[in-house]
Design a protein around this ligand. Structure first.
Ligand code: CTP
Ligand code: CA
Length: 227
């Protein structure tokens, strides 16, 4: 299963991967965040490098060692991530968004630490963050680029129907859909997914190490890369 130096099918390709979870500041010491460990994105970076790609990893708040031979760009918030991805997407053959992006951020971040006053706390007003993945697809269409774009989604309930709707809404080529619950996804070493294609395909990836899932995702990306 594991590809590597013997089969550098991503040789000469540039890939950009986002990993981790964004943090949205409330004040200088607090933020709205999420539980993304970054492990799946880092596994995609390691396996792409092993298959010969030039890899840039846009990493949001991950405490994992930098993968060897991979350029790592660090970001904190969704807006940082949007800026970094917009710069890095240029000239990339494939872009993979594994990061958990905060959908909303505080409308303003307090300059000073918020103190208890004895009164009821002020509500935190939220505003919507940019959709980075949809923005990547829009830029590709606008510039007429040949680029393979992959999203990730964690879903509950009707996982496939939700995934299909999300794939259509985002306009990406592949959507890797995880079913949430049962100890899968966040922070664990193993993962399981269905990869939905804009061409109508659905490929099940069985429960196993995130590195194996990463290799299976690249197996699906390679035939969709621009010629
Ligand atoms: N994503 C993104 N920018 C956002 C939100 C999500 O780029 N502001 C990307 C994620 O990195 C992921 C994909 O979109 O690759 C799906 O994320 P998800 O949170 O499932 O999608 P949403 O459109 O935010 O839908 P939901 O309302 O289900 O959270
Ligand atoms: Ca979301």
């Amino acid at each position: 299963l594991r590809r590597g130096a013997a089969d550098p099918d991503l040789g000469g390709r540039r890939v950009v991967i986002s990993a981790g979870g964004t943090r949205e500041a409330i004040d200088p010491v607090r933020y709205i965040g999420n539980h993304s460990s970054g492990k799946q994105g880092y596994a995609l970076a390691r396996t792409a490098a092993a298959r010969g790609a030039e890899v840039t990893l846009v990493s949001a708040n991950v405490s994992l060692p930098d993968p060897a031979g991979v350029r790592v760009v660090r970001v904190e918030s969704a807006r940082d991530l949007a800026g970094a991805m917009d710069a890095e997407r240029v000239g990339a053959d494939a872009v993979v968004m594994t990061s958990a992006v905060a959908d909303f951020r505080p409308a303003s971040s307090a300059a000073s630490k918020i103190k208890k006053s004895g009164a009821a706390p002020a509500p935190v007003e939220l505003v919507e963050n940019p959709d980075v993945l949809a923005g990547l697809v829009a830029s590709r269409e606008k510039e007429g680029l040949a680029q393979t774009i992959v999203g990730f989604a964690a879903e509950t309930d009707d996982v496939i129907a939700n995934g299909r709707a999300k794939l259509a809404r985002k306009g990406c080529d592949l959507l890797v859909v995880n079913e949430v619950g049962g100890g899968r996804a966040f922070g664990t070493e193993d993962n399981q997914a269905v990869v939905l294609g804009a061409d109508g395909t659905a490929v099940e990836i069985p429960f196993g190490p995130k590195e194996d899932l990463a290799d299976r995702v690249w197996d699906l990306v390679v035939p969709r890369l621009p010629s």
